[in-house]
Design a protein around this ligand. Structure first.
Ligand code: TXA
Ligand code: MG
Length: 303
């Protein structure tokens, strides 16, 4: 059903994964740098390629919700959320099963699980018959890639990338921690807090086991970025001072999200003094867009 070229690329990606080599794969959120989740050496290669500290756990991607009990302890809240949103942009943190190796979790007793909604990722998972441990396919602390070309720019030409086109969602999955009695929202994403709470009741924000990758200062462009109420008039004022300024497109969150990281990369490459962005409405994927923008702006100061 795929073109001969795409089928050959899929077969080659699967062969590499089986051989313990990392492969960058498309998902609906962002590209991931995937390795066979049962292979400690393969998982270590992912950390090395990304320059990621070993105590930052990876998400295990599964072929379907039925695979959850092999990797995580069954939990009625996880079952309800998996049934509603998988395949899709939602990661669930649950107590891990003995199968999950320490290399994936950084030695924690919990594991992050998700079923990605991309046909090529699902085809690889079906072929592998296991799980794929995959962080976003960027260098540690940098902007997540949403095209195959971004991955190649981030990780270099020697990394194998399975090209599945631009990511449809554009921001990383929502992360919900179900490892304790109180469910917690660790990272906003395209599955909104309201959608989650409609199924499992109130969520608290963050948690004592806060995801290490949710540090402020993640997703950072090299150019200073400022979030403001009215980016265009602020840009005019800065230009009047002789500064070079680029403005992120002002769009509804649903339209901005799939373009957000590509726009940040493009404008970052322009070599301006300042990037300016406006906040979006918080509903739907808007909370995730504002979260990533404020992390990207962390540390930037107007001169
Ligand atoms: O959309 C996504 O989630 C993408 C695609 C590739 O699936 N993946 C992604 O992975 O964003 P990464 O590694 O860039 O971010 C995963 C986050 C990190 O902040 C990590 O610390 C957290 O999930 N995480 C993973 N396992 C965890 C665990 N057991 N407990 C707490 N946080 C965990
Ligand atoms: Mg990441």
């Amino acid at each position: 059903m795929y073109s001969p070229a795409l089928q050959a690329a899929l077969d080659a990606a699967l062969a590499r994964l089986r051989a313990g080599e990392p492969v960058a794969i498309p998902t609906e959120t962002v590209y991931g740098l995937a390795a066979d989740a049962d292979n400690p050496l393969a998982v270590r290669r992912v950390f090395a390629l990304k320059g990621r500290p070993a105590d930052h756990p990876l998400i295990v991607h599964l072929p379907d919700a039925a695979a959850l009990p092999q990797w995580g302890h069954p939990d009625p809240r996880a079952e309800a959320l998996g049934a509603a949103f998988w395949p899709g942009p939602l990661t669930l943190i649950v107590q891990r099963q003995p199968r999950v190796i320490d290399e994936v979790t950084g030695g924690r007793d919990t594991v992050g699980l998700r079923v990605p909604n991309h046909p090529l990722a699902l085809a690889l998972l079906a072929g592998l018959g296991g799980g794929l441990a995959a962080p976003s396919a960027n260098r540690f602390g940098r902007i997540s890639p949403t095209t195959a070309q971004h991955v190649q720019e981030e990780l270099g030409p020697e990394v194998t990338v399975l090209d599945g086109g631009p990511c449809q969602v554009g921001v990383e999955s929502t992360i919900v921690d179900l490892s304790g009695p109180q469910a917690a929202l660790l990272r906003p994403g395209a599955v909104s807090r309201a959608q989650l709470e409609a199924l499992i009741g109130p969520l608290v924000l963050g948690s004592k086991t806060a995801a290490p990758g949710t540090l402020p200062g993640h997703y950072a462009p090299r150019t200073a970025l400022r979030l403001c109420a009215d980016p265009e008039s602020e840009a005019a004022a800065l230009r009047a001072q002789g500064l070079r300024v680029a403005v992120l497109p002002v769009l509804p969150a649903r339209e901005l999200a799939p373009r957000l990281y590509a726009e940040l990369r493009r404008l970052d490459a322009e070599g301006v003094d300042w990037l300016l962005a406006g906040r979006v409405d918080e509903d739907g994927v808007g909370a995730a867009v504002n979260d990533r923008l404020s992390r990207a702006a962390w540390g930037s100061r107007i001169p």
